[in-house]
Design a protein around this ligand. Structure first.
Ligand code: PGA
Length: 231
């Protein structure tokens, strides 16, 4: 009997991004313990790019661990300054971040609610691109402006973040398809908001959803590697 479902095969083989956003969590020691545990269960897959975004202080050590253990993981940061280097106390420039990271989340709703405007997001995306960081721009719906040069969008409805109440895969798919049709430059749309190993596949199997941005469940090495395995 035939056992291939070519539709499913297509969906499982498309390129996927799985981003772990640790937010304001984990000391350097805790980050390294996470990675040591994570390597025991993580199985890299050719079509899946895994991106870990630690808090800034842990970024250099996470990057060093990834390189020295040849871990198939990319390092990202959670934000960059909208300024170039200079007299901007407490800011970290995209140039400085690019020493260790290849990606940056930009415009997360937790940053927007603390003051980041659409214009700030646009400037940060420009800074990121100029310094070879691939921006992952977060939007809460299809009406948020997408800055020029953005290839990866994370659709994250605020009410789904950290609540255990994810959006429905059908609604996320319809928003993703609308964002893609409005912005031809966008190649990948990730869904974010209460993603777990139980629900991840219901999102990634949708035609226009190309991965997930994971907060809470990315803090636990087993939970995060189960998400990667399940999608
Ligand atoms: P959550 O967070 O997975 O904990 O809902 C997602 C995010 O804020 O990126």
């Amino acid at each position: 009997m035939c056992c291939y479902n070519w539709n499913n095969l297509h969906f499982t083989m498309k390129d996927l991004y799985i981003v772990g956003n640790w937010k304001e969590n984990k000391t350097v020691d805790e980050a390294i313990s996470f990675l040591s545990e994570f390597t025991k269960t993580y199985e890299a897959r050719p079509n899946i790019k895994v991106i870990m975004c630690p808090a800034y202080l842990a970024v250099p050590q996470v990057s060093a661990f990834v390189k020295s253990n040849n871990l198939q993981v990319e390092v990202g940061v959670q934000d960059v300054s909208k300024f170039s280097e200079g007299a901007h106390t407490a800011e970290v420039s995209a140039y400085e971040a690019s020493e260790f990271a290849n990606f940056s989340i930009i415009g997360h709703s937790e940053r927007r609610s603390r003051g980041d405007t659409d214009d700030d997001v646009k400037t940060k995306v420009e800074m990121a691109i100029k310094n070879n960081l691939e921006p992952i721009v977060c939007v809460i719906n299809e009406n948020v402006p997408v800055p020029q040069g953005t290839k990866i969008i994370a659709y994250e409805p605020v009410e789904a973040i950290g609540t255990g109440n994810p959006d429905t895969p059908e609604n996320a798919e319809s928003i993703a398809s609308s964002i893609k049709s409005k912005n031809s430059q966008v190649q990948y749309i990730l869904y974010g908001g209460s993603v777990t190993s139980e629900n991840v596949r219901s999102f990634t199997e949708k035609e226009n959803i190309d991965g997930v941005l994971v907060g809470g469940a990315s803090l636990d090495p087993k939970a995060f590697s189960s998400i990667i395995k399940a999608c």
